[in-house]
Ligand binder design. Structure first.
Ligand code: MEV
Length: 321
């Protein structure tokens, strides 16, 4: 198969329950969201492969056999890994455009990796094998985040809503008609690596206490799955609040997250929690319906936050041509 161009997009995610403990092998629940990263690849007669990714780096077009900015190292890895598999290595120009804010807990790096890996697979004429793409994206995530659990690349590849535990996944049939989620970006950027590192340091210092928190989060995760399936809004909200308290005891809260949660609660959110690594990033709030949403969005914007509504449980990586 001779493919001259390829274009695939992959979604970001929210972790509904279980961030951080998931790094230690406990379960977590994540959903793919409507914001995506899209990679478009074209063959070129130039001898050099290039990538342009304006949302990742301001360095303009990067030639892959030259000096690569640190933020692009994971992309270079993906290219090398997939090109190595190909009998004939075709030269290309790639453009990656992402709708996902970076360093905000919405899985932007994983979405970029999955979209690039899938587009390159297709461009090189390989049959798409999502398991393999997920593995390559995971290795790329390790370059960026150190010791990630793999949940971000997995949800970005397969989509939907999943229970994730040590790489094993089960799709969860969420009764979406019952839920109205809002995502709020605190605009405090932080990197996952340092948050995961900080929790690890606390774990080393207080292993019993931190293990207990992980156990408690894990119970919340299991209970949330039952309630997400049947659409028990009140209970899911209650569990989100409980998970948030435990995340704060892990030390990954932030003053701005607390302020956002206060506003959401004043606007009658049923449950709120940070999503992703914390220390800034995004908060998710659950509402009974859309009645209060416009007022809530206004209240948040007035305080300088970036609230938005997006689809939850969307499709994983897909052909966008
Ligand atoms: C992932 O978005 C957030 C963490 O759970 C890290 C991980 O799972 O790799 C904190």
């Amino acid at each position: 198969m001779n493919v001259e161009s390829a274009s695939f997009s992959a979604p970001g995610k929210v972790i509904l329950f279980g961030e951080h403990s998931v790094v230690y092998g406990y379960p977590a629940v994540a959903s793919a969201i409507g914001l995506r990263a899209k990679c478009s690849i074209l063959s070129t007669s130039s001898e050099q492969n290039s990538i342009i990714a304006p949302n990742l780096t301001s360095s303009g077009k990067i030639f892959l056999n030259s000096k690569i900015p640190p933020k692009m190292k994971s992309l270079e890895f993906i290219v090398q890994k997939i090109q190595k598999k190909a009998e004939i290595q075709k030269n290309f120009e790639a453009e990656i455009i992402s709708e996902l804010p970076i360093s905000s807990g919405l899985g932007s790096s994983a979405a970029v990796s999955v979209s690039l890996a899938t587009s390159l697979y297709n461009f090189q004429g390989f049959e798409l094998n999502l398991e393999e793409i997920n593995k390559v994206a995971y290795e790329a995530e390790r370059i960026i985040h150190g010791t990630p659990s793999g949940i971000d690349n997995t949800i970005s590849t397969f989509g939907g809503s999943i229970r994730f535990e040590k790489g094993d996944i089960k799709q969860i049939p969420i009764n979406l008609s019952s839920f109205c989620f809002i995502i709020v970006n605190s605009l405090i950027q932080r990197d996952t690596k340092s948050q995961v590192y900080a929790v690890r340091e606390r774990y080393k210092k207080h292993p019993d206490q931190i293990s207990q928190i992980f156990e408690d989060i894990s119970e919340i995760v299991e209970e949330s799955i039952k309630n997400l399936k049947v659409g028990d809004l009140e209970r899911v909200g209650y569990l989100m609040n409980k998970n948030q308290i435990l995340l704060e005891s892990l030390g990954v809260g932030h003053k701005q997250i607390e302020k956002i949660i206060k506003i959401l609660t004043e606007q009658k959110a049923i449950g709120c929690k940070l999503t992703g690594a914390g220390g800034g990033g995004c908060v998710i709030g659950l509402f009974e319906d859309e009645k209060n949403i416009n007022r809530t969005i206004e209240a948040l914007q007035q305080e300088g936050y970036q609230p938005f509504i997006t689809e939850i449980s969307t499709q994983g990586v897909r052909n966008d041509r």
